[in-house]
Design a binder for this molecule. Structure first.
Ligand code: PEP
Length: 258
């Protein structure tokens, strides 16, 4: 049985502070009712981080931000630094979501700098990787993912590698137009990612949680979580309404621990 299951959601640019607070109050009650082996996390917009931190303080829910710069301070209009996020007391930072790569040209090199900066503040990097449909069709998914991992994780010690969480999110499976991935495909890729992490960090590679994300919903999430090298789920739309997220969490709890 898996020691710990990670499950959380990135709200993207959807919830206001008031909407985020309503959700968080409910999630806090759910967190108290389910096993502490289910590690919950939420990733609101920057504007909501501070008020939500006040609500979840003392709970087991991790709070993450959706992006940050790698510098502590400087002339970078519109950016937020690790020092500022640390002041709020966030636990995680999501880096490299495919929308940031696609719309804001975020590169693996930039993500690597952000990861190293986050680790300086003991903020856990949640690193998103994934191939796009052209890469999949050209049969270079594994090469793409291996390159993303190698560049993003460049220069990390084994101790630092223990702090990261990887989210594998095939770009073609994400969002409204996303096509849910075949379970066999997810299994093959997660096994490959595990071997790649072991290649980079020896046995420490076994300890790095690798989550799956992309059109995860009530009907398919158990198929993914049952896979040996899937340590959790990164859920978008199916977790944005608290009732829908609660349904997944209670089902997960009874599947794992009853
Ligand atoms: C995402 O955008 O990272 C995601 C997992 O979204 P969805 O579950 O809605 O496909």
């Amino acid at each position: 049985m898996k020691k710990k299951i990670w499950i959380g959601t990135n709200w993207k640019m959807t919830k206001t502070i008031a909407e985020g607070l309503d959700f968080t109050h409910e999630l806090k009650k759910i967190a108290e009712a389910i096993s502490p082996n289910i590690q919950l996390f939420i990733i609101p917009s920057h504007t909501s981080l501070f008020p939500i931190k006040e609500v979840i303080s003392g709970s087991t829910i991790y709070l993450g931000a959706q992006n940050m710069h790698w510098e502590d301070s400087g002339a970078y209009t519109g950016e937020i630094s690790p020092r500022m996020l640390d002041e709020i007391g966030i636990d995680m930072i999501e880096l490299g979501h495919s929308e940031r790569r696609q719309y804001y040209n975020e590169t693996d090199e930039a993500i690597n700098k952000k990861i190293l900066a986050a680790l300086e503040y003991s903020i856990k990097p949640l690193i998103c990787i994934g191939e796009n449909i052209e890469q999949k069709n050209n049969l270079i998914s594994k090469e793409t993912l291996s390159a993303q991992l190698k560049v993003c994780l460049k220069g990390l010690s084994k101790e630092q590698a223990k702090q990261v969480v990887i989210a594998y999110e095939p770009v073609w499976a994400i969002g409204e137009q996303g096509i849910p991935a075949e379970v066999e495909y997810v299994e093959e890729i997660h096994d490959f990612l595990r071997q790649t992490l072991i290649g980079l960090f020896d046995d420490t590679g076994m300890e790095i949680p690798v989550l799956y994300g992309g059109s995860v919903n009530h009907d398919n999430f158990l198929n993914y979580i049952n896979l040996e090298n899937v340590n959790g789920l990164f859920v978008g739309r199916a977790a944005w309404e608290i009732d829908s997220f609660q349904k997944i969490l209670y089902q997960l709890e009874s599947h794992l621990f009853d």
